[in-house]
Design a protein around this ligand. Sequence first.
Ligand code: ADP
Length: 271
Amino acid sequence: MHEIALHNISYAYGNQRILENISFTAAAGEFVCLLGPSGCGKSTLLRLLAGLSQPSAGALTLDGRPISGPGLDRGVVFQDYSLFPWMTAGQNVVLALEQAFPGRAKAEQRETAQEYLEMVGLGTVFNKLPGALSGGMRQRAAIARAFAINSPVLLMDEPFGALDAITRARLQDLLIQLWQQNAAERKTVFFVTHDVEEAILLASRVVVMGLNPGSVRGVFTVDIPRPRQRQELFGNSAFVALRDRLISELHADVLDELDDGRTIRTEGEGI
Ligand code: ADP
């Protein structure tokens, strides 16, 4: 069981309220997408789940135990900075393996690292530095590392956000394939995105977040059988209905702000 529960989570930077009263439980093996507009606190929430910061109020638990700091029970993949740039792709994976399985022989660690790099189609890059790899390859290596340490929970913060559409689609498919591989030990995943279609393609459930302060607007089950074929999805009536629903939830936020009489300004626009 790898259930993650958020109990009335609030978070503030100084007196700026970022997250307010967030409650949600992800069942073991669920793939949860956190969907919301930029600035609604998705990354902040993921950092709380990672144990990198602590909530101002409320509690987070993994299998009923409080999350009080980072741990190897939660693998993390961020959009950038996922790999140490001064270590090769292979060394990055080996380092994580050494932390997760300290007693193992060096040769075994290298072998396992190579195995996981091969699993994500990176069999030839063990000795390459991240700087010599494309963005897509770096994220593959980060995924290989997250799966190699075999943590029951995976936290992903817009991991494909900086990639071109084709690479992104490939990595989405790869991620789902890896996640589905072992039904008995399926990871509980929290995946941050602001892309409605990505959320529906990947998620078992979508948590839609709203702004000012960040809160849960609604939780939606994605009732579309897997494998979800990208080409067929756009003609699927359940997909279309859910996409429309999620888009209107996201836009509702902006409409609420207009109702409040608050000014909406785009970034960089002068006062
Ligand atoms: P999202 O991931 O949904 O785009 P974030 O969690 O990154 O949102 O940010 C939520 C809010 O917290 C934003 O208003 C952002 O400006 C603010 N914020 C993020 N990091 C900091 C920080 N280190 N100090 C102060 N405010 C921050």
